[in-house]
Design a protein around this ligand. Structure first.
Ligand code: GLN
Length: 323
């Protein structure tokens, strides 16, 4: 499909092409990409099908477009982080911003490092930050917070989500670096619940089951100012959605965020399950799932799909390359 071009008046055509864009052809082309390795931090992730590839897109009118396999369930993993940040902003009325940085780190997602001088997690898109955002949502104890998070994520997705309890248990048991980070934050006074409780809540959030379609609706809810375009319900205030999408743009792809923003130009969040969620402000939400990851922990085929979507639908938020 040809890229969008400027018309004779120099105005950009509307991005409505997304409604007729050939997603099946996109999937076929992305399938030709190879390389990367499936994450093996827990057995359930290691067993993921490397050939799984699902793509979904959600339009402003709430219509959803999908490829085959967009209904295959996987654990959301780090793609949950923007939504945990949103719930934390909502439940603390923005006060969480005093307890967490919003600067990119230039380091891996699970680096054992806090902001120097303050002892705060560097940003909500790395594990330290997500351990904190999960810990400050409303709810009593681990159970109450789990409940609140599952309800909040379900509102973003527009349907009742469930948890893979085996993934949650393994993430909790085997997440040594997350335990280390939680203890470090305890020692700095940044984390106010027990380190083990914080890891338990975060692990269960990572174990929430989604599919490309649900994740695309979640991304769309952020893209459309906090209103779920499928259910029509407001999930978070517009100011919260804007804060979250801003931090996705600067920190969502970890130490690859700068290169991602230049190349793809879409606020996004990657995850070890191989999912990428995209929020194109006021335009669309999308998600891709393909488990093999590059060195930055970003899905190889997912990344290719985002490149093509951005170029062919002219989605780079900082503008078109022209004709
Ligand atoms: N559950 C994973 C962890 O905390 C999530 C990390 C990710 O998706 N990058 O290690």
């Amino acid at each position: 499909m040809a890229r969008a071009t400027r018309d004779s008046l120099g105005a950009m055509p509307s991005r409505r092409d997304a409604r007729t864009y050939d997603l099946k052809d996109l999937r076929d082309r992305v399938m030709r990409e190879s390389g990367g390795a499936v994450d093996d931090s827990i057995p359930q992730l290691a067993e993921a099908d490397p050939e799984l590839l699902g793509i979904a897109m959600v339009m402003p009118d709430g219509s959803v477009r999908t490829t085959e396999q967009a209904d295959v369930a996987f654990s959301v993993q780090s793609a949950v982080k923007p939504f945990l940040f949103a719930l934390a902003l909502l439940d603390t009325d923005g006060e969480v911003l005093d307890r967490i940085g919003i600067e990119p780190t230039g380091e891996a997602f699970d680096a054992i490092k806090l902001e120097s001088g303050t002892g705060r997690p560097p940003n909500p898109m790395v594990n330290a930050g997500a351990l904190l955002t999960a810990a400050v949502v409303d709810g009593d104890g681990v159970e109450g917070r789990n409940e609140r998070i599952l309800r909040g994520l379900s509102a973003f997705a527009g349907r009742e989500l469930t948890v893979d309890e085996d993934v949650a248990r393994n993430e909790h048991l085997l997440g040594d670096r997350n335990h280390a980070l939680a203890h470090l934050m305890r020692s700095e006074g940044t984390l106010r619940i027990s380190a083990d409780d914080a890891v338990a809540v975060y692990a269960r959030a990572c174990a929430v089951l989604v599919d490309a379609e649900a994740l695309a609706v979640m991304g769309a809810t952020l893209a459309f100012g906090g209103v779920n375009p499928v259910t029509g319900k407001r999930v978070v205030p517009a100011a919260v959605a804007r804060d979250v999408v801003s931090v996705m743009a600067t920190c969502g792809v970890y130490d690859g965020s700068g290169r991602w923003m230049r190349r793809v130009g879409i606020p996004a969040k990657s995850s070890v399950s191989g999912a990428i969620v995209l929020s194109v402000p006021e335009t669309l939400g999308a998600a891709v799932i393909s488990p093999p990851l590059d060195e930055q922990g970003t899905s190889v085929r997912g990344s290719k799909a985002c490149d093509l979507l951005s170029a062919e639908l002219d989605l780079h938020v900082f503008g078109s390359l022209g004709d």
